[in-house]
Design a protein around this ligand. Structure first.
Ligand code: FRU
Length: 686
């Protein structure tokens, strides 16, 4: 089946990047997930439902396959599965890039942008100025179902004169009869709320934060009422805050808070907030390898100009506040700003403890900013910063190198924004150091779900809160080796809340519409895991796009179960249900290509709550992604994978002390590619 049909418009003009034309048959091209035909994509923007169409705008560089020249590209769908690409909606213009934001139907024409008695669509987005450090909020409107847009002449509509102030999400608050905007203040780790009668003039209502995860900058907020599972008339407010780094799988991720909103202030429900833990210094018998006290590098040797003559005493020059280091001195490579480079190497020392801990802050650039441990000349451990000046603990288990000679090196080969590292307090010890635990709730524990926000104006009769996220991670997004497009969206998901002993938790389920793509699924009822494996493992799925759903009972209190997704003979992505640790692990260390990033090949972990006797798992595999929804969507993990072959097969195995764990039902079937329409033309290379 041809997954593409050209309706109108010029396809040639759609291929500004390279000479390749998109076929939707390229290696790793998702078949049931949204991708731009060609070029770069990041955050989903302006999602709104109007007259039978779900709109999806997205952060797009129409001229290239990397981030830059940001505009809003546009697609529509009637079922959130089959998408039609439309022309670029809002283009970067006059030195103002179109950053993330939202769109609403202005039903009451409060803005006055309506035409002939029809409500306008109004987009609210961040204008990112390319010639000065300024981000402010702008609006634009459309009178033709989002096909063409007019930027408001009174822009900006909200301006603090700040470099970082972005990603407005607007909704109509019926009880107080006004528009409310949630907008992030990234460096402050705050969401600011504003109110408006007409979408043009905005009044500050309140601020929320810092709270939860504050290692990374705060971006792309959303504030939305979400219905309670089993009682759809009851709702609570969910405040979504995407964080640029420090998420459980590393890099960017999506946290949330559950609480109440009265039209002015968001108050989180104290019962639902996970407990936080204080930081722990390394303990037991400790050996200090470097603490940079006493005004000298004491035996560490520097090359380049990033280290100056002696350790720093805190922040340098225009640098933001640096804290979290110990004593008076630290390594800080913000000499001459980010431009300086070099390497600082420790004297040789012997590894005679189990753990090596240290404090690190600064830029998140694993390729060019690193704390490396070298044993026998080879780098055996490496760490980078988290795009935050604050230093936090990192601990390596170095027991396998006991008795060996080693050196530490602090490398700064980065010169652009965040091109510096802070480091301090290198200590060998019996027990590792740990950071204060932030007590955050995470929507997704995989590496690849970011900038998740919800659709506006979904009809009340539909009773769904729907969202979608960008299926990538800022750590490596620009380097994922797909062409001529880069990045996909997650499967659209339905949100609900569940009352648990620990408070409210977000549930996510793939939209039911995706099941229309299911091609004659097979079902197995009541079986042992061994028999289920014998039933499942001979099946081959040539397209690599599969929906698998499984329910189990008689769970084991200890041991584990593994579902392997095999691509060819060597590549395997493992999903491990660990009954002992009560966690779900997604292992993509051998899933295929990973050489484009030092952090891609990894095992990601998520807490898994067992309640009653049952376990439910839903796995959605596309050609380059895996999404896992466990326990009715209470634990969710999304990971990109880049397998060597399309065809996939599965294997199920159980490692438990006694014969336990029964499969109550197992359904598996291939998903047909979702057809894509091209009705849009894209601009030519500038
Ligand atoms: C999040 C983000 C937003 C910003 C956009 C720019 O991924 O950094 O904060 O508006 O991307 O493309």
């Amino acid at each position: 089946m041809l997954a593409i049909s050209l309706i109108a418009g010029s396809f040639a003009a759609a291929t500004a990047v390279g000479a390749e034309s998109p076929t939707y048959r390229e290696p790793w091209r998702p078949q049931v997930h949204f991708t731009p035909a060609s070029t770069w994509m990041n955050d989903p923007n302006g999602m709104v439902y109007y007259e039978g169409e779900y709109h999806l705008f997205y952060q797009n560089n129409p001229f290239g396959d990397r981030w830059g020249h940001m505009s809003w590209a546009h697609a529509v769908s009637r079922d959130l599965v089959r998408w039609e690409h439309l022309p670029l909606a809002l283009a970067e213009e006059n030195g103002v890039m179109i950053f993330s934001g939202s769109a609403v139907v202005d039903w009451k024409n409060t803005s006055g942008f309506g035409l002939d008695g029809k409500p306008p669509l109004v987009a609210i987005y961040t204008g990112h100025h390319t010639s000065k450090p300024l981000q402010n909020q702008h609006i634009a409107f459309s009178n033709d179902k989002g096909r063409t847009w007019t930027k408001y002449t009174g822009n900006p509509v909200l301006d603090l004169g700040e470099a970082d102030f972005r990603d407005p999400k607007v909704f109509w608050h019926e009880p107080t009869q006004k528009w409310v905007m949630a907008v992030s203040w990234p460096m402050h780790r705050k969401v600011r709320f504003y109110g408006s009668a007409d979408l043009k003039s905005w009044k500050h209502l309140s601020d929320f934060g810092p709270a939860g995860s504050i290692v990374g900058i705060w971006e792309c907020p959303d504030l939305v009422p979400v219905a309670v599972e089993g009682n759809l008339d009851a709702t609570h407010w969910v405040l979504v805050v995407n964080v640029g780094s420090g998420a459980p799988a590393g890099g960017s991720g999506t946290q949330y808070f559950v609480g109440e909103f009265d039209g002015t202030t968001f108050v989180p429900d104290a019962r639902s907030l996970p407990a936080s833990k204080p930081a722990m210094a390394p303990e037991g018998r400790t050996v200090v390898v470097g603490d940079f006290e006493g005004g000298s590098y004491s035996g560490w040797t520097a090359t380049g100009d990033a280290f100056g003559a002696a350790p720093a005493a805190g922040s340098i020059g225009t640098q933001q506040a640096v804290d979290g280091f110990q004593g008076k001195g630290l390594v800080n490579t913000f000499r001459n700003g980010d431009a300086s480079t070099g390497t600082l190497t420790s004297p040789e020392f012997q590894i005679d403890r189990k753990h090596l801990s240290f404090l690190v802050g600064g830029g998140n650039k694993p390729e060019t900013l690193a704390v490396n441990l070298r044993v026998g000349g080879a780098v055996v451990r490496t760490a980078t910063g988290a795009d935050a000046e604050r230093l936090s603990w990192r601990s390596w288990d170095v027991s396998e190198f006991q008795g060996k000679a080693a050196r530490l090196e602090i490398v700064d080969n980065a010169t652009g924004g965040w091109g510096h590292l802070n480091a301090d307090q290198f200590v060998l010890s019996d027990t590792p150091a740990s950071n204060a635990q932030e007590g955050a709730l995470w929507a997704d524990y995989g590496s690849d779900f970011y900038a998740g926000v919800t659709w506006s104006d979904v009809p009340a009769r539909d009773r769904r809160t729907l969202w979608i996220g960008w299926m990538s991670n800022w750590t490596y997004a620009n380097d994922v080796p797909t062409s001529p497009w880069r990045s996909a969206m997650s499967i659209p998901r339905v949100l609900r809340l569940r009352d648990t002993p620990n408070g409210w938790r977000l549930l996510q389920k793939p939209i039911h519409e995706i099941q229309r793509q299911l091609d004659s699924p097979d079902r197995l009822h009541r079986s042992s895991v061994e028999d289920a494996n014998a039933w499942l493992s001979p099946r081959r799925f040539p397209g690599g796009v599969v929906d698998l759903e499984m329910t189990m009972d008689h769970l084991s209190p200890t041991g584990s179960m593994t579902l392997e997704c095999r691509h060819g003979t060597n590549a395997v992505t493992k999903l491990i249900v660990d009954f002992t640790r009560r966690e779900l692990r997604l292992d993509r260390t051998a899933s295929g290509r990973s050489d484009f990033s030092r952090t891609f090949a990894a095992v990601h972990r998520a807490p898994l709550r067992f309640f009653g006797e049952e376990l439910t798992l839903r796995v959605l595999l596309d050609t380059s992604s895996i999404e896992v929804f466990a326990q009715g969507g209470e634990t969710v993990m999304t990971d990109l994978i880049l397998p060597p072959t399309k065809e996939v097969s599965f294997a199920l195995s159980l490692e438990v002390p006694q014969r336990s764990c029964r499969i109550t039902s197992l359904t598996v079937g291939p998903l047909k590619p979702a057809p894509v329409k091209m009705s849009g033309i894209r601009p030519k290379t500038p």
